[in-house]
Design a protein around this ligand. Structure first.
Ligand code: KIV
Length: 271
């Protein structure tokens, strides 16, 4: 019996059907129980426990420092919350690049210890053996091409990727390779919209974009960006649905004021 009752769970097969039926896939990142509960209740299709936790939760400049143990901790919190959506966990930098055995061991740890449904990793041909080995163990894999933040020191910058035909063609070939290896979906980050369309049309598996235009099969945003919690981050692809930074700062200032003025707690707020 499921602890979440009769709710119909989103699976990798659901995403495949959504692509076939032309229904767009909604995906957000989540790192903790409370936010994952709200997103799941709102009806999000996929929650990604992104290694962007390294930035938005831990305050690192890049995604590189976050560890496998830390990713598993975040994933466990999200899994406890979400009863409907599919939960995908990023494999952190250093947990899969060494060799395919190491990659499989890391993927198995994530699945066993967190209870998530799938993993995501960055790269194309250079990680294809690992992708195949993980999938052969029964673990669904989501690919990630375009701007791959774990390689930021190789790129040197966060600018739009694959604007030139040579890099675009290489990206298309890597996307086909990942599909052939058995990936159930692919994330494309920060590439021209025309290339996003080209890849989505070339692939049978769903393509989910972040800064990859409207023609892909779904969209993903980092929750802190979508909710306006992050300051000083305004890439063109970002739409903010709230300005929580100002809201929370304002609420905090009012709370401080009330405490200092001995206005909180009042008679009704004490025993
Ligand atoms: O870690 C993350 O948040 C991601 C998204 C940007 C897709 O990989």
């Amino acid at each position: 019996m499921s602890v979440h009752g009769d709710i119909k769970r989103v699976t990798t097969h659901t995403l495949q059907s959504m692509k076939q039926n032309g229904e767009k896939i909604s995906m957000l990142t989540a790192y903790d129980f409370s936010m994952a509960t709200i997103f799941d209740d709102a009806g999000i299709d996929v929650l990604l426990v992104g290694d962007s936790a390294s930035n938005v939760m831990a305050g690192h400049e890049t995604t590189l420092p976050i560890t496998l143990d830390q990713m598993i901790y975040h994933a466990q919190s999200v899994v406890r919350a979400a009863g409907r959506c599919l939960i995908v966990v990023d494999m952190p930098f250093g947990s899969y690049q060494g060799n395919s055995k190491e990659a499989l061991n890391s993927a198995i740890r994530i699945m066993k210890e967190s209870g998530a449904h799938a993993i995501k990793l960055e790269g194309g041909s250079e990680v294809i053996d690992s992708v195949k080995r993980i999938i052969s163990a029964g673990v669904p894999v989501m690919g990630h091409l375009g701007l791959t933040p774990q390689s930021i020191y190789k790129f040197g910058t966060y600018v739009v990727r694959a604007k030139e035909e040579e890099e675009a063609e290489q990206l298309v070939q890597n996307a086909l390779l990942l599909q052939e290896a058995g990936c159930f979906a692919l994330v494309l980050e920060k590439i021209p919209a025309t290339l996003g369309k080209r890849v989505a049309e070339a692939l049978k598996i769903p393509v989910i974009g972040i800064g990859a235009g409207v023609h892909v099969d779904g969209q993903v945003l980092v929750m802190h960006d979508m909710l306006g919690i992050t300051k000083n981050f305004s890439p063109r692809f970002l739409r903010r649905y709230l300005n929580l930074y100002d809201e929370i700062k304002g609420a905090t200032a009012r709370y401080i004021e009330d405490v200092k003025a001995k206005d909180f707690p009042n008679d009704k707020e004490q025993y």
